[in-house]
Design a binder for this molecule. Structure first.
Ligand code: ADP
Ligand code: MG
Length: 412
């Protein structure tokens, strides 16, 4: 699952605690081992080895096999190899009879095939075969499984996040201009401001997605600025993204389970080898059970086995919250969770956040919608052009002239 989460850049995977560089090494080694086994078998079959079968042409052919079968599917490789090998054999018999013996006509047929494939079946042929044999969800949530251990949560009121004069410059643009604020355990803090104010950038500084130009971020007294995002999530800061980052063809359940990546004892369960051989079922059951529990918590349990890409945008945002909750965070960072939600959904989201707060969760919430944050947050931090222009309880901030200026263009 961690390897599949690399698709689409790796920012999300890192934010869920996946060591993406290491995962790429794993992929490389697994591929190399398979190539070694193939070469070994080939040499034994042929009893002699020369460089020709290992040339560029064959490399292209193997790649073609994978594309024809479907690169996103394990059985796609077998299917693609089968189709191409048989097709080549048939064509070599049929084409000379039709077009004469002098000419390498099968190359043309393969070229046409490639064009058709890329036009009409980018994911290869395997998905069509799979559709003929509909099966249940590929991964089912277990009814019962042992619960995963939880981290020690901070006491209510404890200073949990301390951002000290954080600064981020993009070339000449100061996106975050020495911004300071604090979050205490059990609070919902709203970070608001007009578009381009630097809210998401501040988020990325806290979660380690971007390195800060200057300034410090302390989490429960520990300096976390400069750490990669997978180390930060390990310490208990879960996040969602403004532009949803999920794996559209995986089920909702599996998407959420990515959040639990750090919760299992992967190494003790045999690591990558055990995962490939599916010998970590016990652990997997625990993780999926946790994912199912979090989906229930956010009210998305009905969609558990749907493809994540088929959900409405609002539901995709809720999915991201469930995934962040799977990290067992003490602090939850939500980047515009209400964007694209309808009125009813917004109310449900507000209820959910209140419930989480009641359970002792601290939330830092970036939001656009003033009405949404007003009734929900304990304190607000207002940003404009990268600078903090106000902070305080919502009632005061609402009357603050600088805030009115930024939002409405003036007091009158
Ligand atoms: P907000 O989330 O408050 O709408 P952002 O934090 O996304 O604002 O952006 C703040 C400013 O920083 C904007 O002017 C934006 O164009 C700029 N910015 C954000 N990310 C980058 C980047 N990776 N490179 C250059 N400029 C950026
Ligand atoms: Mg933003």
């Amino acid at each position: 699952r961690a390897i599949r989460a690399l698709k689409g850049g790796g920012t999300m995977a890192e934010a869920m605690g996946v060591n993406t560089a290491w995962m790429k090494v794993v992929i490389f080694v697994v591929a190399a081992v398979l190539a070694c086994i193939s070469g070994f078998l080939y040499a034994h079959l042929q009893r002699a080895v020369n460089p020709t079968p290992f040339g560029l042409n064959y490399g292209i052919e193997y790649l073609f096999m994978a594309v024809v079968g479907g690169v996103g599917h394990v059985w796609g490789a077998v299917l693609g190899a089968g189709i191409l090998t048989i097709l080549k054999d048939v064509l070599q018999g049929v084409l000379p009879k039709l077009l004469g013996a002098n000419g390498n006509f099968e190359t043309i047929v393969f070229g046409v095939l490639m064009v058709l494939l890329l036009q009409y079946a980018r994911d290869g042929i395997w998905p069509f075969i799979k559709k003929l044999f509909p099966s249940g969800p590929p991964v089912a949530a277990p009814e019962q499984a042992e619960r995963l251990p939880l981290r020690a949560k901070p006491q209510a009121g404890e200073l949990i996040l301390d951002v000290k004069a954080a600064r981020k410059e993009f070339g000449g643009l100061v996106a975050v201009n020495d911004v300071s604020f604090q979050v205490r355990a059990g609070e919902i803090i709203g970070l608001i401001g007009p578009n381009g104010a630097g809210k998401s950038t501040t988020f990325n500084l806290v979660t380690g997605v971007l390195p800060a130009t200057r300034g410090e971020v302390l989490y429960r007294g520990e300096q976390i600025s400069g750490l990669p995002s997978r180390e930060i999530v390990k310490r208990g800061i879960g996040r969602t993204f403004q532009h949803v980052h999920l794996l559209p063809t995986m089920t909702v359940l599996e998407n959420v389970a990515i959040g639990a990546h750090l919760r299992g004892d992967f190494a003790a369960q045999g690591g990558v080898t055990a995962a490939i051989l599916r010998m970590n079922q016990n652990e997997e059951a625990k993780l999926l059970h946790e994912a199912a529990r979090q989906l229930e918590r956010v009210g998305l349990a009905d969609c558990m086995y749907m493809e994540a890409g088929s959900l409405a945008l609002g539901q995709q945002r809720i999915l991201e919250i469930a995934r962040a909750l799977c990290c067992d965070p003490a602090l939850l960072l939500l980047d515009e969770p209400a964007a694209g939600l309808r009125y009813k959904e917004k109310q449900a989201l507000a209820e959910l956040l209140k419930k989480l707060k009641g359970e002792g969760m601290s939330v830092l919430l970036v939001e656009h919608d003033m009405d949404f944050v007003m009734n929900l947050t304990d304190r607000l931090v207002v940003m404009e052009f990268g600078t903090r222009i106000a902070q305080g309880v919502p009632e005061d901030v609402q009357k603050n002239p600088a805030v009115l200026e930024a939002y409405l263009g003036g007091v009158e």
